[in-house]
Design a protein around this ligand. Structure first.
Ligand code: UD1
Length: 333
């Protein structure tokens, strides 16, 4: 049985990927420092899959613990999700973000090289494309300039670290996955996205408006040059995204590979809101607010490369994501 190490495996996208790995017959070790996730997620994963991943409470900044883990375990693949990801916080505490995200990646790759483990899949973000106006983004486009915040820059820098590592180590394989906008959760409703602190992304905000924790949704801008005046994004169901990791892992090849993971279809803020209202049967309080600085009007993936090379396609819809989100909200009551 092949064994996979998942860093950040109790987090939102990591935990959904662990479920897909276990369901596909892989043995899974998770490392996470639980800074933005809960240990109970392990029990939820077990309830869903009837299999239990091995959990190690390890901080990737702790090189000794990491070395000890690799001394005692062999991994066929490493999936690297762990990292700080709050955009606003990264602007306030840039050094925390650079230290945490970059040192974590370097420590992990160093430990892999020292132990002859050559396959890594990295969670990157469409944010690396910066503010260039496309609106459809292809992997061959320029990355790294005009990125709006330190969080986004750490994603770009880790991509570069992986590229340089592959150039220096011909046996090393790095697959970089650029996520568009993940939403939804496992259909069981047992796991989902529940960030600590004030949310920044739209779905966690919608969820808190629905539960009354936030009064209303601010729709940031209705004067964009788009069909309904609000921004359009490529919202991808997290279960489809998780399956993209499996496909990427199974098609890994020496050197660097980069894939967009998105649906290729844009949805506006108002369309997303309408989908939530239709699933819940209730209106969601919202107001139009000024544009949010740093937002581009439209951004969606060209997912052709992942479709062709990884034989991966999205199957789930925005309506599925809304239904699953409501189920998760019910389970939180
Ligand atoms: C954001 C980050 C990006 C990060 C990604 C995933 C910014 C500028 N970009 O992308 O770096 O990789 O999340 O974590 O922060 N919206 C509202 N009201 C809200 C919240 C959002 O109208 O309360 C709108 C936004 O204007 C945007 C859309 O919803 O048009 C999606 O926003 P969000 O979920 O924050 O994702 P991105 O901005 O695409």
């Amino acid at each position: 049985m092949q064994k996979v190490l998942v860093t950040g495996g109790t987090g939102y996208i990591g935990s959904h990927t662990v479920i897909e790995l276990l369901n596909s017959g892989y043995e899974v070790d998770i490392i996470d420092n639980l800074s933005n996730s809960k240990a109970e997620t392990i029990a939820a994963i077990e309830a869903i899959t009837k299999k239990r991943p091995t959990f190690h409470n390890i901080d990737l900044l702790n090189r000794e613990s990491l070395t000890e883990l690799f001394d005692n375990n062999h991994y066929d693949f490493v999936l690297h999700f762990a990292g700080l990801k709050a955009v606003g916080e990264s602007v306030e505490k840039p050094l925390l973000y650079y230290r945490t995200n970059l040192d974590s990646a370097i420590n992990l790759v160093e430990a892999m090289l020292a132990h002859g483990i050559n396959n890594i899949v990295f969670s990157s973000s469409a944010t690396v494309y910066g503010r260039q106006y496309s609106p459809e983004y292809v992997e061959t486009m320029q990355v790294g300039s005009g990125i709006a915040n330190p969080y986004g820059r750490t994603k770009y820098m880790i991509e570069e670290i992986l590229k340089d590592t592959c150039a220096a180590n011909p046996d090393f394989s790095a697959t970089i996955l650029r996520y568009f906008n993940p939403i939804g959760n496992h259909p069981s409703g047992l796991i989902g996205e529940n960030p600590n602190g004030i949310p920044n992304n739209i779905m966690p905000v919608i969820m808190r408006v629905a539960t009354g924790q936030i009064k209303e949704l601010n729709v940031y801008g209705n004067d964009y040059d788009t069909p309904d005046g609000t921004c359009r994004r490529d919202y991808i169901h997290v279960v489809d995204l998780a399956k993209g990791h499996l496909a990427a892992m199974q098609h890994i090849k020496p050197g660097v590979s980069v894939y967009n993971l998105g649906t290729g279809k844009p949805t506006s803020v108002l369309e997303l809101l309408a989908a939530f209202e239709s699933a819940s049967g209730h209106e969601l309080p919202h107001v139009f607010a000024p544009r949010r600085s740093g937002d581009v009007a439209e951004m969606w993936a060209n997912p052709s490369l992942a479709n062709q090379e990884l034989n991966w396609h999205t199957n789930l819809t925005i309506a599925d994501a809304m239904r699953d989100t409501l189920k998760f909200l019910e389970s939180q009551r």
